[in-house]
Design a protein around this ligand. Structure first.
Ligand code: GDP
Length: 478
């Protein structure tokens, strides 16, 4: 099981930056939003002198413990699937058609609710969860926020068309995430359907499907006639089995927010996907910087349910505010604790949000490709006082235009530290120092990484310099 550096830092009540620093010393180059594996996490916990508790209690944040579920408590959980592909290639139609294969559909009498995700029971009785927002933007947005909820990606390619720009982007995003892919060649009912052509084109992107003796599963489907849908579900289940997806259902719940909104009548609503444990009505929780108590749970068929096990998407009522997609919901013991944790997170929220940008070059390039024409200009900002930092960030944001956008990866007060350099190097961003200098260790790293540094003591000079550089990237006349 992987955990983001920030999550681990929260659980240990340490600064994310300090963990990044230690990891760096261990030769692991990551930023706070990237994940590390369990072994590395345990090493780090020991390094910081904390205890590793292998218990099934929910111990979050300030407790100086990191709870890792014991092997024996883990049970098989359903896979979580995201559908990606080019516009008009049939993603929505396929999601609808797959939903229609649910064997419990109809008998419950519930009305389909679009809550951001749904779960079906396949013919053999197995469950599969689908995220209802197709496309790679949502997928990557979640990943950048440290939420890796997708287990399997279905790449939809219309068999009467070809590999289109968004198909390629979807391939790149899936590869960057290291998530296994199943290729669904859709619209098999059409006379112009040429699946073999698609398989051949996929080779150019190093995707060798089964039909070409490779190891990526592929399937011919039609959302219109339903042909191939059962085979697609079988392949999803086969892939899920290979992944050995497991979670401990018998513990306080943790979940990831998939979608959230403010409902006029019901107040803040969030659809969450349970990642471990079971969420129950009455549970007290923290979600992002908000807290709450579960007033009611609704499934995607609009039914009220009393509890939600791993991988089940549910709509939660009873939040104090609207969280963000990718936020973690954690059940805690009591309200005092919930408020404490929420306050702790609120404090960290600014820093966390500003670091949710692309964290390495590969990500940055795929993010660039995703946004088609908008180019990000990433920067790291450090100054001597909070007021200056805020003024600089505001001034920089005003430099953004339709083609190029300033992206403040992180902003803070004080000397430039190693973690600033790590973040900047990963994104190939310059560091802007306003009345501050790097500390000794950061200086070493800057030299080693050839990180670009910009020092100023007048805000106007700073914005002028950045504006010039942005114009240089995009061309001044545009
Ligand atoms: P999306 O943009 O990828 O979500 O694509 P849609 O699901 O909206 O489908 C785009 C168009 O293709 C719509 O007009 C659909 O009716 C049509 N379409 C989708 N799947 C199929 C299919 O399997 N067969 C046929 N004949 N048309 C399809």
């Amino acid at each position: 099981e992987a955990i983001t550096v920030q999550e681990l830092a929260n659980r240990m009540a340490e600064k994310g930056a300090d963990l990044v620093k230690s990891l760096f010393k261990m030769g692991v180059m990551v930023t706070v939003n990237q994940t590390i594996d369990q072994d590395t996490a345990e090493l780090l916990v020991e390094e910081f002198g904390h205890n590793i508790t292998r218990v099934s209690e929910s111990d979050v944040d300030i407790d100086h413990t990191v709870d890792v579920d014991d092997e024996a408590t883990l049970k098989v959980r359903p896979p979580v699937v995201t559908i990606m592909g080019h516009v008009d290639h049939g993603k929505t139609s396929l999601l609808d058609a797959l939903r229609g294969t649910d064997v419990v559909k109809g008998e419950a009498g519930g009305i389909t609710q679009h809550i951001g995700a749904y779960q079906i029971r396949a013919k053999g009785g197995d469950l599969v969860t689908f995220l209802d927002t197709p496309g790679h933007e949502a997928f990557t947005e979640m990943r950048m926020r440290g939420a890796n909820v997708t287990d399997i990606v279905i790449l939809v390619v219309a068999g009467d068309d070809g590999l289109m720009p968004q198909t390629i982007e979807a391939i790149n995003h899936t590869k960057a995430a290291g998530v296994p892919m199943i290729v669904a060649i859709t619209k098999s009912d059409k006379p112009e359907y040429k699946p073999q052509k698609i398989r051949e084109r996929l080779l150019e992107h190093e995707i060798v499907v089964e039909a070409m003796s490779g190891d990526v599963q592929d399937v011919e489907v039609s959302a219109k006639t339903g042909a191939g849908l059962d085979e697609l579900i079988e392949k999803i289940l086969l892939q899920a089995e290979l992944l050995e997806l497991r979670a401990n259902p018998d513990r306080a719940a943790e979940a990831t927010v998939v979608e959230a909104k403010l409902d006029k009548g019901k107040g803040p609503l969030a659809t969450v996907l349970i990642t471990r444990g079971t969420l129950k009505v009455g549970d007290i929780f923290v979600v992002g910087v908000h807290s709450g108590r579960v007033r009611a749970l609704h499934d995607d068929k609009g039914r009220q349910i009393k509890s939600a096990p791993p991988a089940l998407p549910v709509e939660v009522l009873g939040l104090s505010g609207v969280p963000m997609a990718g936020d973690t919901l954690t059940v805690v013991d009591n309200e005092a604790r919930a408020r404490e944790v929420a306050a702790f997170r609120a404090e960290q929220a600014t820093a966390k949000r500003t670091t949710s940008a692309p964290t390495n070059l590969e990500n940055m390039f795929s993010a660039l490709a995703a946004k088609a024409n908008v180019i990000d200009y990433p920067v790291v900002v450090k100054s001597d006082v909070q007021g200056s930092t805020e003024a600089i960030v505001q001034a920089l944001n005003r430099l953004s235009n339709e083609e190029i956008k300033v992206k403040v990866l992180s902003s803070g007060v004080g000397a430039i530290t190693e973690s600033d350099v790590t973040l900047a190097s990963a994104a190939n961003a310059p560091i802007i120092g306003f009345n501050v200098r790097p500390n000794a260790k950061a200086r070493e790293m800057i030299a080693r990484n050839k990180t670009r540094m910009k020092y100023f003591d007048v805000i106007y000079h700073l914005t002028e310099d950045v504006a010039k550089e942005m114009a240089g990237i995009w061309g001044p006349e545009r």
